[in-house]
Design a protein around this ligand. Sequence first.
Ligand SMILES: *[C@@H]1O[C@H](CO)[C@@H](O)[C@H](O)[C@H]1NC(C)=O
Ligand SMILES: *[C@@H]1O[C@H](CO)[C@@H](O)[C@H](O)[C@H]1NC(C)=O
Length: 183
Amino acid sequence: MGLNVSLSIFLMFLALCSAIPNKRKQYTPCKHLVLYFHDIIYNGNNAANATSAIVAAPEGANLTKLTGQFHFGNIVVFDDPITLDNNLRSKPVGRAQGFYIYDTKNTFTSWLGFTFILNSIDHEGTITFAGADPTLQKSRDISIIGGTGDFFMHRGIVTIMTDAFEGEVYFRLRVDIKLHECW
Ligand SMILES: *[C@@H]1O[C@H](CO)[C@@H](O)[C@H](O)[C@H]1NC(C)=O
Ligand SMILES: *[C@@H]1O[C@H](CO)[C@@H](O)[C@H](O)[C@H]1NC(C)=O
């Protein structure tokens, strides 16, 4: 009898749980930073100014131009300046270094793997990001998988937005860094 009662209470509890809509919880970050970084792709005649280079492409493609077919198969390595505002000429507070891989055949999506190396008065340390970037979406969430220095053992989510896009040479990303694990 007692077992039956507790079983039915348990079943009622289950039914109640599944009735509650599965809302995404809102979490408050323990640290929050908004930064920008600027990517200038090498196009064959901007060597002095370029901050990134196409290092891989499908057979026969030219490494000074992203391929057609949603750039599928291109890999770009970058060493981009990070700034506090959206001005390419502002004093950098660090470098964004890593790569992106165009890995989707039927739309623009890249896979980002990079680290922010920050060395300003405000922040000293690194933050490492990894994840899929469906570039046509207005804002994209990517995992923050770790950090060092001021960001020792930190993790969180970064919301990336394309802030500017000029031809196939320059783009600027706004990164809204929300750290949910701080030490
Ligand atoms: C790639 O394209 C550039 C500019 O269009 C050209 O100058 C260069 O010779 C090409 N390189 C190859 C390997 O075809
Ligand atoms: C460097 O490239 C950026 C983006 O294309 C451009 O706005 C800027 O004028 C270039 N600077 C020089 C010195 O060429």
